[in-house]
Write a protein that binds this ligand. Structure first.
Ligand code: F6P
Length: 356
């Protein structure tokens, strides 16, 4: 058996742990040959691949990023000549490499592309990857725990300045259209206010609440997700990348909030955009283990010929779902989420949760 392996979309702590686990499990359990496709689907289009052997993946468990490289601006089905480009990629996989199947590690965009290749006759198994934790049917993605650890550490540090100077300190997290990173990172870092896309907020009410705190505790720590927005406001878009499958890049809502709050307050308001530090560096031990389990489970799906499925964590166990159920979908924080309920119960300011 000859299996291709690629990583698509943004980088993420734990990708190398999955690459290692798939390669080792397939080599150990059925002697399969594994080939790494470089830079995601870009590598399929440009004929870039290299062998992955047990020796190749030695020592990469704790390494951040992906040894194969990745690409989040390459969708072989995207352009007007999409049919030609996808046929070219398919020919490289099936005729040049003679792959029996492909393991695609990535987020919703990668799963969407993978699912189309699967339908065209290249059998695919998917492994969910995203620091945003927003893939449907999957309780937890690897990379999320590592991102949350960065946010918690940043909030710990920002709280020092908030207390010492009597300031309002705002930390803006990643997360796209879901609030998982801000919610869990905000809880872990003891944020006084957590603002997430799922709960649009009222700026005037937030300013009043900060003013009250000026007269009592004297400082406020706000954790805001990049996709959060005030009532009546649109998303804060930092850039639009025309050649990307998901062209919108969010960013800047923290700075916007600072501008809104500052005139209403006596204390200084400052903003820190956490950005890509949340995605970089070594995975936490939790993410190393989860990524290893996902890679192992993907190898079991391959061995069992269970193509067209994506690995998920359901409760405490690995399982799989049809790729069609996740391709291009997102998973917002539900109103019933235990973390959300706990934050509200503790008096964390999260807006009134009403309206849009
Ligand atoms: O999906 C992961 C993520 O880090 C999002 O949280 C963020 O909005 C986006 O990717 C940033 O992408 P890029 O690295 O292309 O700017």
């Amino acid at each position: 058996m000859h299996i291709g392996l690629l990583t698509g979309g943004g980088d993420c702590p734990g990708l190398n742990a999955v690459i290692r686990a798939v390669t080792l499990a397939l080599a150990n359990e059925c002697g399969a040959r594994v080939t790494g496709i470089e830079r995601g689907f870009w590598g399929l289009l440009h004929g870039r691949a290299r062998p992955l052997e047990p020796a190749t993946v030695h020592g990469i468990l704790a390494e951040g990023g992906t040894i194969l490289g990745t690409h989040n601006r390459c969708d072989p089905f995207h352009d007007t000549d999409g049919a030609d480009r996808s046929a070219q990629a398919l020919a490289f996989a099936r005729e040049d490499l003679r792959l029996d199947g492909l393991v695609a590690i990535g987020g919703d965009g990668t799963m969407q592309i993978a699912e189309r290749f699967h339908r065209l006759g290249l059998p695919v198994v998917g492994v969910p990857k995203t620091i945003d934790n927003d893939l449907p049917r999957n309780d937890r993605s690897f990379g999320f725990d590592s991102a949350v650890a960065v946010v918690a550490d940043a909030l710990d540090r920002l709280a020092t300045t908030a207390r010492s100077h009597g300031r309002v300190m705002i930390a803006e997290t990643m997360g796209r259209y879901a609030g998982w990173i801000a919610l869990e990172g905000g809880l872990a870092g003891g944020a006084d206010a957590i603002l997430i896309p799922e709960r649009p907020f009222d700026v005037a009410a937030l300013a009043r609440w900060c003013r009250e705190r000026e007269a009592t505790v004297g400082h406020t720590l706000i954790c805001i997700a990049e996709g959060a927005r005030a009532h009546g406001q649109g998303l804060t878009v930092q850039a639009r990348l025309a050649d990307s499958p998901d062209p919108i890049r969010l960013g800047g809502v923290g700075a916007w909030l600072q501008q809104q709050l500052q005139p209403a307050l006596t204390s200084e308001v400052r903003t820190t955009l956490l950005g890509h530090v949340q995605r970089g560096g070594t995975p936490t031990p939790f993410d190393r283990v989860l990524a290893t389990r996902f890679g192992y489970h993907a190898a079991q799906l391959v061995r069992g010929g269970r193509w067209g499925r994506m690995v998920v964590l359901a409760g405490a166990e690995c399982d799989s779902v049809d790729l069609l159920e996740v391709a291009g979908q997102s998973r917002p924080v539900p109103a019933t989420d235990g973390r959300l309920r706990a934050a509200l119960g503790l008096g964390v300011w999260m807006g009134d949760g009403a309206g849009t």
